[in-house]
Design a protein around this ligand. Sequence first.
Ligand code: 3PG
Length: 209
Amino acid sequence: MPLDPSPIVALAPVIPVLTIERVEDAVPLARALVAGGLKALEVTLRTESGLKAIEAIARDVPDAVVGVGTVTKTWHVASAFDAGARFIVSPGTPGWLAEHLADAPIPVFPGCATVTEAMALSALGFSVLKFFPAEASGGMNWLKSVAAPLAALKFCPTGGIDTKNAAAYLALPNVVAVGGSWVAPKDAVAAGDFARVTALSWEAAALKV
Ligand code: 3PG
């Protein structure tokens, strides 16, 4: 049975989605986000540094709750857990992955983009789903349309969300948090401009769910 993900979404209205190229950026980046009030951090497995970045944040930034994103293979779960990940996010969730994730030792936000996918995940006991890619898959209209038929489910939309639309997403009753990369712009991270990351995080952390 999947674990309850509500303690993770309760940490902040926005979950930064971090794709870390240089492992040495991981700790200052995580500290900058936490300083701005964003504590749940998703580190994707899209780069070679992903697992090492999770390990570094788990070890050196005690106020962060680091999770693993872009989980697309069953072995990612054990590797990320061993590295210190405290939650899991997948971009999409085929049945073989969903069954594996249902037994994960940490909470999971499995990805979905259709009503059928959401129903399959609900049947396995998942309660908060990542809606991805949110803007490309129907955005707020999709979320409003599924609120009645999928009344038991809550969503964390991600993909195309930024300062322009985050507040409107968060105002929807079936949205418990949003995810996005906008709080950690690649150019700011590359330039070591972590003060900008903290400023963006303050703004994001002040949004109301
Ligand atoms: C993700 O994996 O959740 C997305 O790549 C984040 O989408 P964004 O870059 O549009 O915020």
